[in-house]
Structure formats: structure tokens, C-alpha cells
Design a protein around this ligand. Structure first.
Ligand code: PLP
Ligand code: FVT
Length: 455
């Protein structure tokens, strides 16, 4: 038996006798799900495709821990892919959602609280003047692009290889996240005409950006960039890269869309822009933390631009559940609680865990580098003379070592992102006990990574 704890019977999962599982509950759940849900999952990154094995079906989570259908508890370093900066089921967030739910789940009408949330977001990034709430990060970036095209009257978009901005048609070319994990260059079902309107450039390559603008300048509506790339593993922007993007885009009359869906309110109170400052993007997209674990995302910009959205402007965007009261309550409470102490703790946990993983790998002679962007981090495996700066570089790594590390940690009761191309997410609820459990699991996991061979 692993170090993972068995927290006892679970009525949803079936009987567990004397702390020992009868059969494998996760496997049974996965087989059942696969019969009725494509691949058994509602988002491909959950499917363990690149690490192999059976995805865990989760039934509860609290603080830094998450519990699967078999009753095993794990220290969680996925944090719902980012939102849970306060830890899971923070009592104040749960209470706010419960209190709000008692008054109705959805009105399809404006609420006072959504204005409060907009004010709270705008106060954190003072160059933003207006905010529109949507339900997913995908909608936020999709809308930002439509708005940029509507505002400039231009068709083309620049994105960077390895960046992921959700699954709208224009943004799936050479995308990170699940497409990196599954080695997909793009998606079937996106027409050639749509794909041709997205120019994909290497990340951290300003010469390529300038050349693209010199060639196509009058047709380029916007450049979209992750504020710090974290969907090909973590690859931070070069010093001054985001600022230079703003300068080049503006020189050619195009907009800069800064995608803070993953980094926003996670790496600092003002997102990655808060660590980077000194430049002004035209549109900023948010998701994950801003919804506090509920389906909510947003895009913001200066008033002149945002008022181009319907009903004041000609660019249409809408949503039955946009600004949903429960999601707004969760997001607002999360932002209110995310004070300096929270960000300090996130930084301390990120530093402690990333250093410990690196030390454990080094002790076993596993060549690797730690990649960091604020409190987000990941590891590249192999002999890299310098930190990788592009998608092409991270794709050359020894991903099979991560597979071994991932499974050894999972067996020991630590849940890591199931792909080498994803960031590790810490929470402020990772207390010393949770961190110790991670550290205890590391030596054996590093040995497994050292022993791993390509399949
Ligand atoms: C940078 C970035 N943009 C956009 C998205 C899409 O958000 P969602 O999954 O909520 O549609 C994600 C993550 O999923 C992301 O990491
Ligand atoms: N970093 C990748 C994500 O956050 C995506 C989650 C999903 O698509 O389910």
C-alpha cells in the first residue's frame, strides 16, 4: 500500500471494506464513463493520455487535499488547473456560494454583485476601464479576438507556438495544453480559411514578430500572448518581451491581447502583468481564479474599446449564464481573500516544492531544469544548456521521465498535472504537513525518473 491515505467508505463509489479496495473503483468508473462520455472525460487533459494509467475520479477536495472515488487522499498540485489559490472548498467561498444559492441560481438579468466584481478586477489593473463577464477562458479570448477584428477592421491574428488560449477555432493552431500532450498540430474541423487567418510565430522571437508585421502589417488585428506561457510547461517571456510586443503592435495599428486566464490573480494580485508592468496591453483576458472555482471568466480593456461590444457597439457577444450569481460570489470572495499573505504563501510553497523536486532529481543524476514564472513552475527533462524559450525546444525533452515521476508521486499520494506540458499549481492552503508529504514522496519518485526508459 502506498503512503496515500484511505479516508474510508464512500457511498458514491461503492463499498470499501477494512481500508482495502474491492477491485479498482477508479478503473470501474473510467470504464463506465468511457461508454457514455468520449474518452471517459469532459476535457482531454484529464485522460492521462501521455502518462498512461487510469485517471482518478474525484469526489471531494478540501484545502490542499483531494480524494478519489476509491477513498484515497492526495496532496493536490493541480488545484483544478489553477483556480484554487486559497485551497479547495475554502469555508468563506463555500459560504458565499451557499448564501447566494438560497436566493436563486440564475436570473438572466443584471445583479449588483457583478458590478462589484468588475470593480474589484479593474482596481487591480488600473489601465483597464471596463470588464465583460463570460463563463470560460475560451469565451474570453474568442471575444477578445472578435473585438480586436471588429475594432480594427482587420482579419489576421498573431499567436505563439505552444500557447494555449482555449478551444475556439482561430486559436487551436500549434497550441499547448492538451494539444501538446496529444502531439496534435491543430484540430480537425477548423476550416483552412479560418486557420489561414492565424499566423503562428515562435515564442520569445521579436525578430519574427517584426517580420510578420512588416509583411502583413495593415491586415493584422492583434497579437495574443499568454502573459507568461504555462501550457507547454512553464516558459516565461524574455525580459521586456511583452512590452516590446505592445510597442510593435501599436506601431502597426494593431492591438495586444494579454491572456491572463491562467496567470491572472494567481502569480500576483495583478497577474503576471503585476510582475512585469511598464507596458499597456489593449485587452486582457481572465479566467480560473477570477471565478474562484466556478465557471466564470472575463475580458477587460479601455472604455473606447470595450464599448465596441453590444449593446453599445457592433461586436456581438452574449451569454445566458454570463455573470452567474454563484460564480460571481465565488470569484468576488476569492479576490477579497487573496491578500499579500496568500501570495507570500504561494511563493514560499512554490519555491520549497520546486527546489525540493530539483534537488531530488539532481541527487539521482536526472538532467533537468526548473522553469518558473512567479509561483508557477514545471520541469524540463534532459540536458538543456540554457532554459528553453520556445515550444520547439521543450518538445525535445525526455518526457518519459515525467511519466515515471508522475506515477511514483501518485502512488505515494501526490497528484501532479498529468502531462509534462502543464504547470504545477500550488495553493495557499499547502501547509507544512501537506508540503512534507510531497517532500517525503520525492526520493523514490526521482529514482523512478532516473530508471525510466523511453517506451
Ligand atoms: C492561458 C489560457 N487561456 C485560455 C484558457 C481557456 O480557458 P477555459 O479552459 O476556461 O476555456 C486556458 C486554460 O484552459 C489558459 O491556460
Ligand atoms: N493548462 C491547461 C488547462 O488549464 C486546461 C484545462 C482543460 O482544458 O481542462
Amino acid at each position: 500500500m502506498s503512503a496515500a491515505q484511505n479516508t474510508g467508505p464512500n457511498s458514491e463509489a461503492g463499498a470499501i471494506a477494512d481500508g482495502a479496495a474491492i477491485g479498482d473503483v477508479n478503473l470501474a468508473q473510467f470504464e463506465r464513463a468511457q461508454r457514455v462520455i468520449p474518452g471517459g472525460v469532459n476535457s482531454p487533459v484529464r485522460a492521462f493520455r501521455s502518462v498512461g494509467g487510469t485517471p482518478r475520479f474525484m469526489v471531494s477536495a478540501r484545502g490542499p487535499y483531494i480524494t478519489d472515488a476509491q477513498g484515497r487522499e492526495y496532496v493536490d498540485l493541480v488545484a483544478s488547473w489553477g483556480p484554487a489559490i486559497l485551497g479547495h472548498a475554502h469555508p468563506a467561498v463555500v459560504e458565499a456560494v451557499q448564501r447566494t444559492a438560497a436566493n436563486g441560481l440564475s436570473f438572466g438579468a443584471s445583479t449588483p454583485a457583478e458590478t462589484e466584481l468588475a470593480e474589484a478586477v479593474l482596481a487591480r489593473l488600473p489601465f483597464l476601464e471596463k470588464l465583460r463577464l463570460v463563463s470560460t477562458g475560451t469565451e474570453a479570448t474568442m471575444t477578445a479576438i472578435r473585438l480586436a477584428r471588429g475594432f480594427t477592421g482587420r482579419p489576421l491574428l498573431i499567436k505563439f507556438a505552444g500557447h494555449y488560449h482555449g478551444h475556439s477555432d482561430s486559436l487551436l493552431a500549434e497550441a499547448g495544453s492538451g494539444l501538446a500532450t496529444l502531439s496534435l498540430p491543430g484540430s480537425a474541423g477548423v476550416t483552412e480559411a479560418t486557420a489561414a487567418q492565424t499566423l503562428v510565430l515562435p515564442y520569445n522571437d521579436l525578430d519574427a514578430v517584426r517580420a510578420a508585421f512588416e509583411q502583413n502589417g495593415p491586415d493584422i488585428a492583434a497579437v495574443i500572448t499568454e502573459a507568461a506561457a504555462a501550457n507547454m510547461g512553464v516558459v516565461p517571456p524574455d525580459e521586456g518581451f511583452n512590452a516590446a510586443l505592445a510597442d510593435i503592435a501599436h506601431e502597426f495599428g494593431a492591438l495586444l491581447i494579454l491572456d491572463e486566464v491562467l496567470t491572472g490573480f494567481r502569480v500576483s494580485e495583478a497577474g503576471y502583468w503585476g510582475l512585469d508592468r511598464g507596458y499597456t496591453p489593449d485587452l486582457v483576458t481572465f479566467g480560473k481564479v477570477v471565478g474562484g472555482g466556478m465557471p466564470l471568466a472575463a475580458l477587460g480593456g479601455r472604455a473606447e474599446l470595450m464599448d465596441y461590444l453590444a449593446p453599445t457597439g457592433p461586436v456581438y457577444q452574449a451569454g445566458t449564464l454570463s455573470g452567474n450569481p454563484l460564480a460571481v460570489a465565488a470569484g468576488l470572495t476569492t479576490l477579497q481573500l487573496a491578500d499579500e499573505a496568500v501570495y507570500d504563501r504561494l511563493d514560499v510553497v512554490a519555491e520549497t516544492v520546486s527546489s525540493a523536486v530539483s534537488n531530488a532529481l539532481s541527487a539521482e543524476g536526472v538532467a533537468h531544469r526548473v522553469q518558473r514564472a512567479g509561483n508557477l513552475f514545471s520541469f524540463v527533462f534532459g540536458d538543456f544548456a540554457a532554459a528553453p524559450r520556445t515550444y520547439a525546444e521543450v518538445q525535445t525533452q525526455e518526457a518519459f521521465r515525467y511519466r515515471a515521476l508522475f506515477h511514483a508521486m501518485l502512488d505515494a499520494g501526490v497528484s501532479l498535472p498529468p502531462s509534462v506540458f502543464e504547470a504545477w499549481f500550488v495553493t495557499a492552503a499547502h501547509d507544512d504537513a501537506a508540503v512534507s508529504r510531497i517532500l517525503e514522496a520525492l526520493p523514490a519518485a526521482a529514482r523512478a525518473a532516473a530508471a525510466a526508459r523511453p517506451e
